[in-house]
Design a protein around this ligand. Structure first.
Ligand code: AHM
Ligand code: MG
Length: 337
């Protein structure tokens, strides 16, 4: 039987995430395999959280946990569960010496001081959407530590600018679950096949369109946006672009990445630095979008060049198709605030 007939009878399932990571590692002869293992740990924790989310409505873990996180927001139960699962996965993996999480006030020293990497994670972004069955996501950034191997991690290890990331990605728990990541050599997307329990390469070498026709922001805050943003959004409406805003960053970002578009979380009256966190949300997505040919700015400068000053700092975010982000940047210089 020839290959063509065979493939028609039993369609090939494609490349698994594990195989892909292994092949990539072979391209880097001096790679120790620790980063590969770390990516596998993330994928495994993602699968477990995917299961938890799918069961959430059934087993009563939906809804508020009755506590607030460090930003004073209500924590949802699944935020807490996802946080525990990822931190456990990183502790078990022993590749990272330090973790910072959107859900925790302080840096976590994993105790594995030989670990070369540190990780910043938003374990479950958009979790206020879970009760209404809307997509949520996990966002992560990986950095090489700055302090010497074998010593306790320091704050400097986790307060690096986004341009120092060695890998970043997200898991989107949507109508299907996907893992999208970059190690600085393009962006690849994997779709989870629940019956096989594996992620398969579904979106190799993702590129985002140069221009798009989708804009995504919370327009309820429009009147308090700085003038250049108001002007930009007026132009979007004049051109009859589509307004699409789920209010779940990973889902909004992912749609725009594939279709072309712009996501904006500008400064507002109640949130003068925007709402999103530089280290847990903005940096990872900025690295991915740039690797896919897009752009990310805080309105003044490239997101990846911002030197962080505090663990939980926020930054305005404008991210997506290059031409659209550049139009907003151009308006920043000509429209008076
Ligand atoms: P979270 O980290 O507390 O889940 O908040 C982040 C979410 C993003 O997913 C989303 O893009 C944004 O908050 C929506 O904010 P708003 O409700 O102000 O539009
Ligand atoms: Mg978040």
């Amino acid at each position: 039987m020839d290959h063509h007939t065979e493939d028609k009878l039993a369609a090939p399932v494609g490349i698994t995430l594990d195989r892909f990571i292994q092949q990539r590692q072979e391209d880097f002869p001096y790679a120790t395999g620790e980063l590969s293992q770390l990516l596998r740990d993330i994928a495994l924790a993602g699968k477990i959280i995917n299961r938890d989310i799918n069961h959430a409505g059934l087993i009563g873990i939906n809804g508020a946990f009755g506590q607030q996180n460090v930003q004073g927001e209500d924590q949802q139960k699944l935020d807490v569960i996802a946080d525990i699962r990822f931190i456990r996965a990183f502790r078990n993996g022993k590749e990272v010496c330090a973790i910072i999480s959107e859900e925790r006030e302080e840096l976590i020293d994993t105790g594995y001081h030989d670990g070369r990497y540190v990780i910043a994670i938003d374990p479950l972004d958009g979790s206020s959407n879970i009760d209404v069955n809307v997509s949520v996501g996990t966002i992560f950034s990986i950095y090489r530590r700055l302090s010497p191997i074998g010593t306790p991690p320091t704050l400097d290890d986790v307060m690096q600018p986004g341009n120092a990331q060695v890998a970043a990605g997200y898991v989107l728990y949507g109508s299907s679950t996907m893992l999208v990541y970059t190690t600085g050599h393009g962006v690849n997307g994997f779709t989870y096949e629940p019956s096989l329990g594996e992620f398969f390469l579904s979106h190799p070498q993702l590129k985002t369109p140069e221009k798009g026709k989708i804009y995504s922001c919370n327009e309820g805050n429009l009147n308090t946006f700085p003038k250049p943003y108001q002007q930009y959004l007026a132009e979007c409406r004049e051109q009859q672009f589509s307004a699409r805003y789920i209010g779940s960053l990973v889902a909004d970002f992912h749609r725009n990445l594939l279709k072309g578009g712009i996501y904006l979380y500008p400064p507002t009256q109640s949130a003068p630095q925007g709402k999103l966190r530089l280290l847990y949300e903005c940096n990872a997505l900025a690295f991915i979008v740039e690797q896919a040919g897009g752009k990310a700015t805080d309105g003044q400068q490239r997101i990846l060049d911002i030197a962080p000053t505090t663990l939980h700092q926020r930054a305005p975010l404008v991210i997506g198709s290059k031409a659209m982000v550049e139009r907003l940047e151009a308006l920043q210089t000509v429209v008076t605030q």
